[in-house]
Write a protein that binds this ligand. Structure first.
Ligand code: TMP
Length: 208
């Protein structure tokens, strides 16, 4: 592998299947003798996991701007302590959500200023941007069906359909504006079919 590693992210609304797809690609790469760094947002560090617990708490009344800054606090800690060093060492990093989620959820979903979000990214995240992103695009109804088997919903997961429709639009707009980075997959398809598409795309794109 070259000197710079690869930073791959998985995105989509809650219940889109992105975490399952990340795990499947992780397994594929392990079989090829590559051990990617696997992480998630919010979380991935001791501090980030505590922030994640706060963000998930349905009993907490968190203002939209506070929510935005909590996501950033987790991200900055993760970028500086894990993602940036791993990329500089030449590793493959698979991350379950990253900054696109903030644009989609806090920007489109909550209606916070996208300029402010972009400014925070420039100030605190800098040049660490995903090289490739798999967006699992699916409807609220499909996602809800998948989520039925899960335990109690977390704070943001329990938002209503109109919220998730805005988030989905946010993700689609990001994909349209960066077609070279964001690969859109139909998250409503069977898990194995989506997996094959992601695996084939990744191996071709990365040249493995
Ligand atoms: P997860 O369940 O996919 O790990 O994500 C946790 C929740 O946090 C999920 O509802 C999406 C939300 N989220 C945001 O609202 N903004 C963000 O920047 C990130 C990373 C996640």
């Amino acid at each position: 592998m070259g000197t710079k590693g690869l930073f791959i992210t998985f995105e989509g609304i809650d219940g889109s299947g992105k975490t399952t797809q990340l795990e499947l690609l992780y397994g594929d790469l392990r079989k090829k003798g590559i051990t990617p760094v696997r992480t998630r947002e919010p979380g991935g560090t001791a501090l980030g996991e505590k922030v994640r617990t706060l963000l998930a708490d349905r009993c907490l009344d968190i203002l939209p701007s506070t929510e935005l800054l909590l996501f950033f606090s987790s991200r900055v800690q993760l970028v500086e302590s894990l993602i940036r060093p791993a990329i500089e060492e030449g590793q493959v990093v698979l991350c379950d959500r990253f900054h696109d989620a903030t644009v989609a959820y806090q920007g489109y979903g909550r209606g916070l200023s996208r300029n402010a979000i972009a400014m925070l990214e420039r100030m605190f995240v800098g040049r660490v941007r995903p090289d490739r992103t798999y967006l699992l695009d699916c409807s609220y109804v499909t996602a809800q069906k998948r989520m039925m088997s899960r335990a109690a919903k977390e704070r943001i997961e329990s938002m209503d359909r109109t919220f998730f429709d805005r988030v989905r639009k946010g993700y689609r707009d990001i994909a349209k504006s960066e077609p070279g980075r964001v690969v859109v997959m139909d998250g409503g398809r069977r898990i194995d079919a989506v997996h094959k598409l992601i695996k084939d795309d990744f191996l071709r794109w990365a040249g493995y």
